[in-house]
Ligand binder design. Structure first.
Ligand SMILES: Cc1cc2nc3c(=O)[nH]c(=O)nc-3n(C[C@H](O)[C@H](O)[C@H](O)COP(=O)(O)O)c2cc1C
Length: 277
């Protein structure tokens, strides 16, 4: 039996994110068990940026309930992430959780290409901002395979199912979870499938999901992106993930080596500003 983890980044129980995940799972044909983790139900402190978890076999210096949720993520056969739009981005609980996941690069084999579905729910259609990009970035950094990420709208809890449109969408998502990824013809980054770009001078573009650069041309079918891999890559192979981990770990030696000069730079600012009491 497959273990599916529903990660809900909303404070509302039985809110739109919660019920959409459950509706998707009602339509999954493979035998499965759905475990639901509502991020607001756990005490998950913000990352301190100390990098200790990279060295001590994933053990974080913070004592809270993060390891419980992270362990569930490791053990799941598939993950469904649902986050409401808050001020044009995914609810901050999702980012807060991700920031605690630096130690995920100690678990590359367990996380690599874990099937994942993303659901962003906005209150107003078209006002979802970069919610989908936030969810897709979550998958990129955790080395998951993004099977499909969608955004839908509905403001009050339950509103997403006032008609059948999102029930149909839930069925499509359910069919995508354990199926090969469908590549779109146009409008996507050819490397990672991302749909969010920064447009730079000339016809240069920057994919905001895999961070690679290239150019864009306009064809009859829509925009075509020609993007090439730049180093360091994010993360098209396990080796790239490992390289990233090693780069992160190498910062310890870089810090020790440059400690004196760095201290000289920062100490100069010690007396500037009055702390808010
Ligand atoms: C603080 C806050 C900010 C929000 N910002 C947006 C927004 O920028 N765009 C939008 O369309 N909806 C916004 N919403 C509405 C929610 O995305 C919407 O109600 C959604 O259905 C909540 O999902 P849930 O029921 O799973 O919690 C916001 C809601 C709150 C409470």
């Amino acid at each position: 039996m497959k273990k599916i983890l529903g990660l809900i980044a909303s404070p509302r129980h039985l809110g739109n994110c919660d019920i959409m995940v459950k509706e998707v799972c009602r339509n999954i044909e493979e035998e499965h068990e759905l475990l639901v983790a509502n991020l607001y139900d756990y005490s998950i402190l913000p990352c301190k940026g100390c990098y200790t978890c990279l060295f001590k076999q994933g053990a974080c210096v913070l004592e809270d309930e993060f390891p419980k949720v992270f362990q569930a993520l490791i053990e799941a056969d598939a993950v469904i992430v649902a986050a409401p739009t808050y001020f044009l981005s995914a609810n901050s609980s999702l980012k807060g959780f991700l920031e605690r996941c630096l130690s995920c690069y100690n678990h590359i084999d367990q996380l690599w290409k874990k099937p994942a579905l993303g659901i962003g729910v906005s209150g107003i259609e078209g006002k979802e901002g970069y919610t989908a990009l936030d969810i897709e970035s979550f998958f990129t950094f955790l080395l998951f395979e993004n099977k499909k990420t969608v955004t839908l709208s509905g403001a009050l809890p339950g509103e997403i199912f006032l008609d059948d449109k999102n029930k149909v969408l839930a069925k499509e998502l359910a069919q995508s979870l354990f199926a090969p990824v469908q590549k779109d013809e146009s409008g996507n980054c050819p490397l990672c499938g991302g749909t969010s770009f920064r447009f730079e001078k000339g016809n240069n573009v920057h994919c905001l999901l895999c961070s690679n650069r290239g150019t864009m041309t306009m064809a009859e079918s829509g925009p075509q992106f020609h993007i090439e891999t730049q180093e360091p890559g994010m993360f098209f192979s396990k080796e790239e993930a490992l390289t990233h981990k090693e780069w992160l770990m190498s910062m310890k030696d870089r810090f020790i080596e440059n400690k004196k000069i760095l201290k000289k730079i920062t100490i100069d600012y010690l007396k500037d500003g009055k702390p808010l009491s």
